[in-house]
Design a binder for this molecule. Sequence first.
Ligand SMILES: *Cc1c(COP(=O)(O)O)cnc(C)c1O
Length: 373
Amino acid sequence: MDIQERAWMEIDTHALIQNYQNLISFLPKDTGCICIVKANGYGHDAVQEALILQQQGAHFFGVATLAEAVQLKEANIKGDILILGHTLPRQMKELAQYDLIQTVGDVAYGYQLAEEAKRLEARVRIHLKIDTGMHRLGIDHRLSMDTLKALIEQPSLKLEGCFSHFACADSVDENDVAFTHQQAEKFAEWVKRARLAHIPVGKLHLSASAAIVNYPEFQWDYCRPGILLLGFDSGDMKHPYERNQVLSIYAKVTKIDVLPKQETIGYGRTYQAKQLRKVATISIGYGDGIPRNYQNGEVLIRDARCPIIGRISMDQLCCDVTDLPEVALFDLVTIIGNDQKESIRLEEMANKCGTITNEIVTHFSNRLPRIYR
Ligand SMILES: *Cc1c(COP(=O)(O)O)cnc(C)c1O
C-alpha cells in the first residue's frame, strides 16, 4: 500500500539532528541533555526520534509514563530514562526490570515506592522533584532537610538527581521574569541547604525549552529540552535562537468541483458562496488531528495559499481554489511545511486555533503515518 496516497507526516531527520547539534553547542560544556520524548515524541514517533538522538550521542531521555519508558527500552534505547510523571507503586517491578528512574514529587509517594521496592528486594533509582512555585508536582522547597533525609535514607531508594520546573519561563512579561528568577533562586538555595545537610543530591536539572533559550544563566548538570528539539516556538523568546521545524504534514486533492453561487458546503452549511467558486476536497480532517476550529486556516497547493472553507470534517476538508486554474486531481497539499516559496508553520495553525504548538502536535493521530526522511 502506498502510504502517501491520503495524508501523512514527514519528519526531517536532518533538521532534528541540526536542532540537537545547535543545542549542544549553545549549552555550556558541562551541561548535558535529558531529551524529553513524552507523548510519543510530541507526536513525532518517540522511538524514531530517540534512536536518531541516540546516534548523535544523546544518552538520557525523559518521558511522562511507565509505558512510554518501556516502549523506548524495548526499542533498544540504551541510555537512562527518567519518568517525569507518577508510576503506581504496584508497578515497581517494571521500574526495576527496565532499570528506569522514577520522579518522586511527594514524600508520602516516596515512602510507598520505597516500601514496594523493599518488598521486591529491589532498589529503585529516583530523582526528587522540588516545587519552587509551579505547585503541580514536587516536594515543597521549604520542607525540612531532616524529613527529606529520612526519606532518601530508605535503603530501597537510590537518589540520583534533583530537579525543579519553571511555571512561566516562556513569557517576557516583567512579573513572569521576576517569578522565574525567584524560582531559580529557590532551587539554588535548596541545593545549598541539601548539600549542607549531606544529602547526596546527584545530578541537578531545571530548564525546559523556553528556559534554555531565555535563561542560559540558569544551567545545571542537565537541561530538559522537548519542543526545542523539534524546532517549534515555545512561547516568547527573549532573543533569536535558530531552530528548524522537523515536521511536515501532507494530503492530496481528491476532488475538484464548482460551488455555484449561493450554495453551501459541508456540515452545518457554515459557508455560502457569494459567487461561483472552485473548490478542492482534501483528504485530511480532524480525525487526523487537524483542529476542527482551524476554520480560517489555509493550505498550500502548487505554492499558493488556499483558504479552508466550511467546517472541517473528520476525514476531509474543503478549500477554495478559484484563483488556482492549474490545480489538478491528486495534487500534493501541504498542510504544514514548505512548498516552493510559501510555507505554513505549526505556529500559524496554533495561533489561528488559539492554542500552543505543543497541544496541536500531540493531537496528530495515528492515522497519519510518520515517514522519517
Ligand atoms: C514536558 C516537560 C519538559 C519538556 O518541556 P518543553 O517545553 O517541551 O521543553 C521538561 N520538563 C518537564 C518536567 C516536563 O514535564
